[in-house]
Design a protein around this ligand. Sequence first.
Ligand code: PLP
Length: 456
Amino acid sequence: MTIKLPQRAQRTGPIYQAIADAIGREIEEGRLKPGSRLPTQRVLARQLGVTLTTVTRGYVEAQRRGLLNGEVGRGTFVRPTALEIEEPARGLLDLAVNSIMPVPYTEELADRLAAAIPRSAGARVFGYQPHAGARHNRAAGAAWIGQTGLETSVERVVLTAGGQHAILLSLLALTNPGDEILVEELSYPGIFDIAEHLHLQVRTLPIDSEGIRPEALAEACAKHKPAALYCISTFHNPTTALMSETRRVEIAAIALEHDLTVIEDDVYGFLAPDAKPLSTFLPESKFIYITSTSKSIAPGIRIGYLLAPLPLVERLSMAVLRTLVNAPPLMAELATSLITDGVAGRIVEWKRKEIAARQEIAARVLRGLDVQTHSQSPHAWVKLPEPWLSEAFVSHARHRGILVTGAESFAAGHETNVQAIRIALGPPSTRAALEEGLGELVRMVNRVPEAYELVV
Ligand SMILES: Cc1ncc(COP(=O)(O)O)c(C=O)c1O
């Protein structure tokens, strides 16, 4: 990328002003994208044949005009204007929805919408698709899942309309009404909703900081005949538990011993590239692996990829037909194009860094509270001191303008006496907004509530 200065005869002011003008022009005309990195000052000085001090002054001037952000040691970047995404209505700060918006990429993603579907592909894309998805989209899913180290094949991948839909399909394919399924004692609320609609019995399993307790799984399998285990092995929602490899091996061995099929929901796995999916330790016939682009790319670009045993694929395709006919083809096409040309990979890299930075803020601001989290997790789990009840805290925080999620939301259908909240670190559009919100939450936690505040 080069920044061109006008000929000397066409310049009026000092050169550093001309450098700032040129940067402004490049941004305005779309050649410099929000979030993109500028050449180092030394390189630009050499390119333009001016002194380093002149370039430094040019960059400082561009920063003063709000065009650039500089970060010591990281370089100079075009200010991501799209960062100023609106916060939720009525000024509420959202620390509840577990999503990480790819803020510096929103304009690039918008540009990609048209590019993802070349005119020549229109006829193919605008029609109904095979229920499991068009082959090239399934191939992109296989490649995306393959990055985890799992062995995949196009034939085993089914496209879904997101993670939630993938869970529904898995249970439709594996269970009958009245069957029992095993779920971690607190979990993603969607699993409880789906189980209820499918008339499934849910048996919950206790967890610790590494996820499901093996002896509890072994006992449940021995005493009951569960049709499947649903679990979130990486950054469990809501407790952030991350299964160690030893635990994964143990859980897989118990599942195998009892002929139990595991539905592994790995929507947060992209944030922990070193954690091998639990499914890695199971034979192909004993697991369904689920991932979705809603967390790894953006909630608005939402396609799920499900990796299943080959003999189940037909049944899963029928389940797609009954629920949706086929996953939205345009979305599938867009996701494929983002995956195949590396944009999705870049977004994931950015998210990993952004979450790491946000976790540092959380570690600093939440110090002193009873926090369970991980430096790569998109959320934090905060146990509330007595006499706080989580429901009361959630309502209190809402009154003070902050949305968080209480333990009871993750215990649908059964009692929990855990008094805790899940804080999603991803949604605030700026780190500063996150820091401010966390600070306010700490003040709330530490202020002993009046009796009336404990009643929601
Ligand atoms: C563990 C888990 N699985 C699945 C989903 C849903 O994913 P999607 O938005 O792709 O349906 C969520 C959303 O929060 C989640 O936390």
